[in-house]
Ligand binder design. Structure first.
Ligand SMILES: Cc1cc2nc3c(=O)[nH]c(=O)nc-3n(C[C@H](O)[C@H](O)[C@H](O)COP(=O)(O)OP(=O)(O)OC[C@H]3O[C@@H](n4cnc5c(N)ncnc54)[C@H](O)[C@@H]3O)c2cc1C
Length: 395
């Protein structure tokens, strides 16, 4: 790269921003991460990492570091939330490692974030600046100047916007693009796994389907706790990851569900919620030496559990493109966008379709349940080859 100390700027030190910094640093490219927060403790979020995500983490040298905090579920078990009947099983555990070469891991988002931060701290060409809330940029002079709300500045040869769903950089680059509320809200909580009844204590990802609702649970904290996510329709749109939830109104969405599932939900005292948004079409992810990455570029609904996975893949791909033409970040970023856009769009489409399928009511739900129940485990897993295989093997 040329100019501004030959460093890349990265706005946002979340999963994608830190991963991009590590990927660039490992290739000897200097960069500075500009993060608005001071990484205060976040409240109980869990994350599922499919084989595509753990492959990207391995490429960043971070897979071993999450091992003590991660959990490798045996399977994804799908249930009908109204009858409690098991509908389908997707084998994970050794099946995933044998088929895709890397594991399926569930863990706390904070543990993944801490492992990325630790890896970043060991890389000499990478710096992290917290308390920098990007609010303006100037890319007219060849270099890119990023300005924060408090007036401070950072200079680089290029700028990568990894500032998440409500990206300030996206708003500057593409003011016409807007987020719209899908009508669904995801609520999360964690419980100790010790005394939970089967099937909630099982070493699996549980996915329970019901009309306009679904429930997902999986172990986190190395297996000590159960992360629970309940998705409901009909709430109000609110920004942020930490809306406080009302246990009684959440339970009202699960009235026709089995006694067991309701008793799990009743054990939770505090729910934290986030409204689920979609982004109107972005014509491009950037211009000149500026681009977007992760949720800023392509927010994805959580039904396929791929938000973090896509951001990690983006980071690895972007670093490879920039390393291939370091003196021309603009060309590198357009190439990265051409490579990543079709994949991100497919994951977005698949996630939307799954959300629709999960929340069906009778009679369509009955047809869905019949189809799921007929599918063999091998066939169920094969349907995810396009997502979990190395990209060069999936084409
Ligand atoms: C606190 C929190 C909790 C979450 N909980 C869940 C969850 O429970 N389940 C789930 O599936 N996903 C959750 N996510 C989202 C998930 O982590 C992301 O979808 C995924 O990791 C994509 O990563 P990303 O880097 O694109 O965005 P993120 O990981 O969201 O990172 C964006 C980063 O940019 C920073 N930022 C924002 N604006 C600015 C600005 N103007 N200037 C500088 N920095 C800025 C933010 O503070 C954040 O650190 C959560 C995200 C956050 C931040």
């Amino acid at each position: 790269m040329q100019g501004a100390g030959e460093q890349a700027l990265i706005a946002g030190g979340g999963i994608g921003g830190l991963a991009a910094a590590i990927a660039l640093g490992r290739r000897g490219i200097a960069c500075e991460v500009l993060e608005r927060s001071h990484f205060a403790e976040e409240t109980g979020a869990g994350i599922q990492l499919g084989p595509n995500a753990t492959r990207a983490l391995d490429a960043l040298g971070v897979l071993d570091a999450i091992e003590p905090y991660g959990f490798r579920p045996d399977a994804i078990l799908v249930y009908d939330g109204l009858s409690g009947r098991r509908l389908a099983s997707l084998p994970l555990g050794t099946a995933t490692v044998e088929r895709y070469g890397t594991p399926y891991v569930t863990l706390r988002r904070a543990d993944l974030h801490a492992a990325l931060r630790e890896a970043l701290n060991r890389l000499a060409p990478v710096a992290l600046r917290t308390g920098f809330e990007l609010s303006a940029i100037d890319a007219q002079t060849g270099d890119v100047v990023a300005r924060a709300v408090d007036g401070s500045e950072a200079k680089g040869a290029c700028l990568i916007g990894a500032d998440g769903l409500w990206s300030a950089l996206r708003l500057l680059m593409a003011p016409a693009a807007s987020l719209w509320f899908t009508g669904a809200t995801a609520w999360r909580a964690q419980l100790p796994r010790g005394n939970l009844p089967a099937p909630f204590a099982a070493p699996v990802v549980g996915l329970w389907l019901g009309p306009r609702t679904h429930l997902v649970h999986y172990p986190v904290g190395g297996g000590a706790d159960l992360n629970i996510v309940a998705v409901t329709e009909g709430g109000a749109a609110r920004q942020g990851w930490n809306q406080t939830g009302n246990a009684a109104s959440l339970l009202a969405s699960f009235v026709p569900w089995t006694k067991d599932s309701k008793s799990l939900l009743e054990q939770v005292e505090f729910w934290r919620g986030w409204s689920l948004y979609r982004l109107t079409r972005l014509e491009s992810w950037g211009a000149g030496p500026v681009t977007l990455l992760g949720d800023a570029a392509h927010p994805v609904l959580p039904y396929l559990a791929q938000g973090a996975g896509l951001a990690l893949e983006d980071a690895v791909a972007l670093a490879a493109c920039l390393a291939a033409s370091p003196s021309d970040p603009a060309a590198a970023f357009r190439r990265y966008e051409r490579l990543r856009r079709p994949r991100a769009a497919r994951v977005q489409r698949s996630s939307r379709r799954l959300g629709w399928l999960y929340h069906l009511d009778a009679p369509l739900a009955l047809a869905r349940n019949l189809i799921l129940a007929r599918r063999s485990e091998e066939k169920a897993l094969r349907r995810f080859d396009w997502l979990y295989r190395r990209e060069d093997e999936s084409r």
